[in-house]
Design a protein around this ligand. Structure first.
Ligand SMILES: [Zn+2]
Length: 155
């Protein structure tokens, strides 16, 4: 998408979680915890992918796009289909997109990436963080809260 900027890729963190899982330091119960909201969002607004679930390997992952930003008002925190985002990016100055991968088979979920969209070129920085509850079990903050939560879960 043309106005996509400030992209943060979470694939390294995802690999770290999978390593922890392989090593037995976290259980599948800890990482396969998609909330009913997240799964509904995946069913109704999700983008199917060709990527196999790294946990159960029987389902393909679905990407859910959550949008955040003051200008979105009551839409903030909602899931949108990928097709809806370019239109939104034309009408809103700036909003944050969080992409979460979900497996509808085993409830695996993880943050894939985040980025900014909107008419507003390349100025300013995003204000405020995402509402974690709205993203369910997805470790959806940019400052390591997800990793912290995982570590706490091991104790
Ligand atoms: Zn799965």
């Amino acid at each position: 998408m043309r106005t996509q900027r400030q992209v943060v890729d979470y694939s390294l963190r995802k690999r770290a979680v999978l390593r922890e899982l392989l090593a037995g330091r976290v259980g599948t119960y800890d990482v396969c915890d998609a909330s009913p909201y997240l799964k509904n969002a995946a069913r109704f607004h999700g983008e199917p992918t060709d990527e196999r679930c790294p946990i159960c390997r029987s389902e393909n992952l679905t990407h859910v796009h959550y949008i955040y930003g003051d200008e979105l008002r009551q839409s903030a925190g909602q899931a949108r289909t990928l097709a809806e985002l370019p239109m939104l990016a034309m009408t809103v100055r700036e909003f944050q997109v969080f992409v979460v991968e979900v497996c509808l088979g085993c409830d695996w979920n993880h943050l894939v990436e985040q980025y900014l969209l909107g008419r507003d070129g390349l100025t300013g920085s995003p204000e405020g963080g995402p509402d974690q509850d709205a993203v369910g079990g997805a470790a959806a903050t940019g400052n390591g809260a997800g990793g912290r939560r995982r570590r706490e879960a091991q104790r």
